[in-house]
Design a protein around this ligand. Sequence first.
Ligand code: NAD
Ligand code: GLY
Length: 370
Amino acid sequence: MSHSTLQVNVSPSYPIHVGSGLLQRGELLAPHLTGRCCAVVTNSTVAQWYLEPLTHTLETLGQTIIPIILPDGEAFKTRATFDHIHDCLLEHRADRKTTVVALGGGVVGDLAGYAAATFLRGVSLIQVPTTLLSQVDSSVGGKTGINHPLGKNMIGAFHQPKLVLIDTDTLATLPQREFLAGLAEVIKYGLIRDLTFFEWLESHASALLQRQHEAMSHAILTSCHNKADVVAADPLEQTGERALLNLGHTFGHAIEAGMGYGVWLHGEAVAAGTLLAAELSHRLGRLTRTEVDRMLQLFQLFGLPTCAPDLGVERWLSLMLGDKKVENGVMRFVLLNHLGAATLEGIEADNLLPLLSPASCRFVEPSPNR
Ligand code: NAD
Ligand code: GLY
């Protein structure tokens, strides 16, 4: 069966394989296994579908498997779950040659990745993402970590995988709400750097909503291509280029933490946050109203939330002041100059006040809407 391969040009570089039936393709995994043991980290939902097929493939390669099955949900992306992974690795006498395989969505990928980054000061990691969001974003680029009650993804490490293996067949079992949430991160690439892709999304919305194979493959490959380019240009988020991937995330992370982790899905919070960032860009004289409305239409077409909950101005500001992009106390936001062109800029709290009040912003709702 054919598949496509992209390369992420960091040091050392690594492949992203995308295609159907890849969980069965041992020859794609074999070159990236460092020893004879794999710790497959997954969760209770994903395990039911995909742990056995992946374990079978790894066993045929002579691997011994340590299955580590986590509880499912963003609410478990915590220090306690992270410690549990280390406990299991130590109990099973995992060593420096053990490969950690993250099988699941972004929560599993971030947790397993952070555990791999820190176990024995760093062991090999393979990402096998099974949600749309993790296939187009979180499995690529080496950001790993956990949430803190005071802020999203506040504790973590950069730890690049050796391989990203995307079996598109796994999307068949993904619930619709999760699928739509993933589309928010797909749209993001179009908005920050790829107008042609944004236009393609507009014209292929119905094929995507039907999860047609060809359209899905194009969306995943184009997203990964964009992500790989950005990560290669700024692997450790030092120049500001990688920070552009955070369009809508300052607002979005505040929504996730403010509403309680797991109440809003990450992609849903990013969708509502992206429209707030668009409105901010418009108010600062960048995006035209027509461009904002075009964005609104696409998010609506994909059934994503377009209004943020009203967290109250004080809570919004306190959560956003804890964002990782804050420098010397100044909040920095990704703004859009045009559709397909983004920039990172410091914004004074005064500029945000009209956006955070439901009375004056069409993208904030007076009462929580999820
Ligand atoms: P998730 O990991 O919670 O997965 C969503 C749900 O889908 C879960 O219930 C999961 O069990 C289930 N699931 C996963 N695969 C399935 C499948 N194939 N079939 C049926 N059910 C399946 O959520 P997510 O949207 O994948 O990831 C969100 C997380 O990713 C957030 O914590 C976010 O912060 C993080 N993230 C990280 C990065 C990064 O660069 N590291 C980037 C974006 C997002
Ligand atoms: N998802 C943002 C990043 O990887 O930088």
